[in-house]
Design a binder for this molecule. Sequence first.
Ligand code: ATP
Length: 233
Amino acid sequence: MILDVQDIHTYYGESHALQGVSLALEAGETVCLLGRNGAGKSTTLRSIIGLNAPRQGRVLFDGQEITGLSTWRIARRGIGLVPEDRRIFPGLTVRENLEVSAYRRPGSGGVWTADRIFLRYPMLAELADRDGGKLSGGQQQMLAVARSLMSEPRLLLLDEPNEGLAPVIVEQIGELIDELAKTTTILFTDQSVHFALRHAQRAYVLEKGRVVHQATSRELLADAETQRRYLSV
Ligand code: ATP
């Protein structure tokens, strides 16, 4: 098991956002965290990577406890996060955005460079000299995901990679996730079941800071009741 989240409780001040979330991923899986606005999806990712450390419960990565470690230490162990707001550097070019994110973990192969990313994703190569701030939302999302590859994460957390994007771009993000899934473990969030179904083997459904359901993507597709109760259509 590469990630084992055990009954975590996370707060914003006194607000009890996660009320005992447990989930686990085997290496190589792609799993989706589903739920409506405010269900706790972002908070779960933030808890895993230490941006909001859980007050109770444990997070194990590769069998080692990472609960309470600082975010940079957790990232160095091999977890990458693409946050909902993407956070690319608007004043740096696409190439520079990639290069500033290169970090070689001890023991990692050092596989990704900006040029290799450009070979693999020609769409980004065409934008290499453009400022991050001048990219469309979809281009920014591609860059944010590609940038997270530069640190060669063994577990990639993607927070609502499709939010606010046109269907054709969502398609491209889906292809990118499928491509990444060949070499890394992925946990991504989404509000509806459709994208999850196409790109994740299974899903956890969150509601009010709790896991209320878990199933394979195929089972969820057939489960109209769960979709109606907990998910956007
Ligand atoms: P969204 O799609 O809106 O991001 P989500 O499922 O990711 O939804 P979270 O953002 O994790 O949900 O929010 C979980 C709960 O924590 C919600 O009740 C939300 O209001 C609360 N919350 C989130 N961020 C903060 C914050 N910075 N301060 C206080 N409460 C917060």
